[in-house]
Design a protein around this ligand. Sequence first.
Ligand SMILES: *Cc1c(COP(=O)(O)O)cnc(C)c1O
Length: 454
Amino acid sequence: MKQTRILLSESEIPTHWYNVVADLPKPPAPPRGPDGEPLDPSAMLAIFPENIIEQEISAERWIAIPEAVREIYQQWRPSPMHRAHRLEQVLGTPAKIFYKNESVSASGSHKLNSAIAQAYFNKQAGIKRLTTETGAGQWGSSLALAGQMFGLDVRVYMVNVSYQQKPFRRSMMQTWGAEVLASPTELTRCGRKILADDPGNPGSLGIAISEAVEEAAGRDDTKYSLGSVLNHVLLHQTIIGQEAKKQLEQVGEYPDMIFAPCGGGSNFAGLAFPFLADAASGDKAPRLVAVEPASCPSLTRGHYAYDFGDTEGLTPLTLMYTLGHDFMPPSIHAGGLRYHGASALVSQLYHEKLIEAISVPQIATFEAGITFSRCEGIIPAPESCHAIRAVIDEALRCKESGEAKTLLFNLSGHGHFDMASYDKYLSGDLENYAYPEAAVNAALAHLPLGELAE
Ligand SMILES: *Cc1c(COP(=O)(O)O)cnc(C)c1O
């Protein structure tokens, strides 16, 4: 019988998170204030507790995972690795296709990995409440559950259009005890301003972040929690790649190429960074490919410049690939990939050509997701379908060339709450949308510090 699942025992849950900063050729560019001056990390104390800021700016290679966090990870970790034999067969490819299955967490995606850690550190710091944003609802539901586990109140600003389109993600958050508001709201200065200008504003991740940050900055008992982009979030996700390495080792494999969907960059980093450590030590160098939507192509078509992480301009300026902080996303179905920017670390690695990025059109991603689910059973999240598209394309290239590459991708989540999107695809109502060149250029005028002089 062929082995299709590669499992680890609970004792093999990693004991440390891997911090890629220790292995970067150049130190990361510092965050800056609106005046363009490097920001003192203490400026972040208004919205994050000190223990999280320490992780955010750390250059230590290994950071210990608290036992209380590992204990909760045990509910679903180590997550399984699968070999997609049936998909390989259907494609007729000599490539070997493996995937790490992050859809097995209670919230259905990799996001719970960081939510648990962030709730833990906030609890340790004496915080009582967390505010956050959510687009598609995966992050909001993960933080709702994590807050519940550590006795923290959670308020989620959910992008209005998703609030309307995905009522069951909202009920999921409420089931786990969180309060969910459709953003923009009348509760924050930023929300009121946007609604005054545009009463029907559908919301965006950038706006929801502004609202959550504004509230946290105004209350002593409340901090803000972000589901991607920041260094500490990427750090927490590195358990994925560490486990994946061990699992492949068990079957005597090492990947030639690694793919993951890329929104803010956390699940990509989580899977890829531990392999980048091998490249840094001169060992092996797999190709690492971030896959983003053609409709929101921050890495592949954005500007490498300092920009705000939110619409209102309340966050520090970070050097990253950006489509502009006032980006209004087209209504694509991979809600988790609709962010104007990308993680600073992922951006830097892309800029230094240590990783690759590609973009794929929406309809082709659903097509790939359906092929995958008919072979492997699991119905992937629309975000994950982006990686699957890229893997299938590579496997088909291998078929042409006869190369037996080993391919690995991150199945970042399941699509059980995204069936309305699948419906649209199946009924032929889905459209492709390529982000217009004019919008890419227009963003230039809104970059707070202009273009980088290099
Ligand atoms: C949020 C999300 C993503 C994208 O976010 P990253 O921070 O880039 O990982 C991808 N897949 C799923 C299932 C998600 O929930």
